[in-house]
Design a protein around this ligand. Sequence first.
Ligand code: NAP
Length: 206
Amino acid sequence: MRELAGLKKIGILGGTFDPIHMGHLLLAQWALEEAQLEAVVFMPTGMPYFKRDQGVLRGELRLRMVELAIQGREEFFASDMEILREGNTYTYETLEAMRERWPEAELTFIEGADCLDSIDRWKNVRRIFQNCTLLAAAREGASMEHLEKRKRELEERYSARIRLMPFPRLEISSTLVRRRAAQGRSIAYLVPEQVRRYIEENRLYQ
Ligand code: NAP
């Protein structure tokens, strides 16, 4: 990822991406604008320990779909950092590795706001907040009161920097895409066209 050198504001969208879908891409686009980022790095997880028993597709295939999905967008990057790392994937390790490689950049970790309820159970959460601002997408209809409360708690406990971003409620999920593909139903418009073709040609979820 040599092209990231010299950039000052980098977003990281971490995900299993099994597969990447339009919701992820819209999240990256809105985050780019909201936080005035220069780039968003899509970071497919290695083997997520919290999904170990769920038959997640091999890292190289999930990464390939991310690469296809972001083709032609110069602000979007795909990283193999987590899929190449041995063992469980922990976000604090990724952020520390990014910080070491691009010390001049301010890092923003992008996630759905659901993670505000679980992030303090993630490994070494303090080290996550030391290295990034968290940009959390608050879906329409979510309780803003609850999210603001969690934001304040995390900010106080970990000196975290958290930004809530209003986001539309799109009922698109990787689970929905996998289920439809397995049923032989169309996944057009749920995923980018190149990703649809790749999934169908390789019968990934059949
Ligand atoms: P995922 O299912 O592939 O989704 C990636 C992100 O996109 C999530 O934040 C998800 O938010 C969001 N998203 C998906 N569909 C969306 C939609 N339709 N509208 C808006 N947002 C949408 O990824 P994941 O398996 O949850 O993993 C997320 C990240 O958390 C990964 O980087 C993983 O390594 C990290 N994580 C780290 C630890 C740790 O370090 N111990 C533990 C757990 C997770 P929602 O989750 O709100 O749907």
